[in-house]
Design a protein around this ligand. Structure first.
Ligand code: SF4
Length: 341
């Protein structure tokens, strides 16, 4: 399903003179990580596989690699994100082999409802086909645009579950190519434009605006549950790309100014069972927005994003997605298989 070039990785490691490496992988690429480790050892490089769960480039195991005496980290499955890393890191994005054009062809009538000028976005898995998708759509008469994105993404047109900077361009509607709900939901919320998600695996197309209404209703239910609570745990992450300490401190101050008890908690892997023993009535997660939004059913206490807390405190009225903004992207920033030294 995915393409990972072992030869290219070996070449990059040889350039770094690496003798021992740590391989970090998301759940879906564990077997590829294992065969990569076998391949590297056959070629004289000692390889250790990280068994920790990894969800994104926001969570590089560079610290662990340094502790293990590795000369480099291989981060499989995600594209480069600008972070201060402790060892040279090779980001190896995994590109899906599915062709995106048939799903666009099949859903052309729906895509036309977006208007003539459309923003086109996708995840790192399909980014290598974005130009092909653009060509196809332009031949069908659309004007296609996509944003450059900020320093959290590697390519123009790429979105993350926490960053939709590439979708915020002038267009009548947004076409998202990819599987799953979380990214296109975020796109629709962040752009406030009609958003159609086309799934290249199933060929299905879903209008996200109804889904947004459904999500916002569920999130208001969480906010309502936290409305009369007094004691808040404010959670910040120690994962490098999720660490938002200044924002977490702002949230603590905000709560205190509004007469609530608030305490800052730092965690690496944020999950409810680890918090069970504390005496808090509700939590605000200032880390990956997927934690409160995707995982709240596993929490026995209400769990909010910082934006949702502002709604609870009456500081704003409009529901907004909790995005993590990057800095301005530089022209020479790496993408593809990329080495961050
Ligand atoms: S913070 Fe969350 S949504 Fe953003 S890249 Fe990391 S895992 Fe993905």
């Amino acid at each position: 399903m995915h393409e990972i070039s072992n030869g290219e990785i070996l070449g990059a490691l040889r350039e770094l003179n690496a003798r021992r490496v740590l391989i970090q992988t998301p759940e879906g690429l564990k077997r590829e990580a294992q065969s990569l480790a076998d391949f590297l050892e056959e070629n004289g490089i000692e390889a250790i596989i990280s068994g920790d769960i990894n969800y994104g480039a926001c969570d590089p195991a560079d610290r662990e690699a340094r502790l293990l005496g590795c000369d480099a980290l291989i981060h499989l499955g995600h594209s480069y994100m600008r972070l201060n890393l402790e060892v040279p890191t090779i980001f190896v994005p995994a590109f899906a082999k599915v062709d995106v054009v048939p799903s666009l062809e099949k859903n052309l009538d729906e895509i036309k409802k977006l208007g003539e000028k459309i923003a086109l976005v996708t995840t790192a898995q399909h980014i290598h086909q974005l130009e092909r998708a653009r060509e196809f759509l332009e031949k069908e008469g659309f004007e296609v645009v996509f944003g450059r994105g900020d320093s959290r993404v590697s390519w123009p047109g790429q979105v993350l579950g926490c960053n939709f900077s590439a979708a915020k361009v002038e267009a009548e509607g947004v076409l998202f190519i990819g599987a799953g709900y979380f990214h296109p939901l975020g796109v629709a919320l962040a752009t406030k434009k009609p958003t159609l998600a086309v799934n290249p695996y199933s060929g299905d197309a879903i209008w996200m605006n109804k889904e947004v209404e459904h999500l916002v209703r569920k999130r208001w239910a969480q906010i309502a549950k936290a409305m009369d609570t007094k004691k808040f745990g404010v959670i910040t992450s120690t994962k490098k790309g999720q660490l938002r300490l200044a924002e977490a401190k702002r949230v603590v101050e905000l709560l205190r100014e509004h007469g609530k008890y608030a305490r800052l908690i730092a965690m690496n892997h944020i999950s409810y069972p680890a918090l069970e023993g504390f005496d808090f009535d509700a939590y605000v997660v200032v880390a990956c927005p997927r934690v409160p939004i995707d995982d709240y059913e596993n929490w026995r206490k209400p769990v909010l994003t910082p934006r949702e807390l502002e709604l609870l405190l009456g500081l704003t009225e409009e529901y907004e997605f909790d995005e993590i903004a990057g800095a301005e992207r530089k022209d020479d920033e790496p993408s593809g298989i990329s080495v961050k030294r």
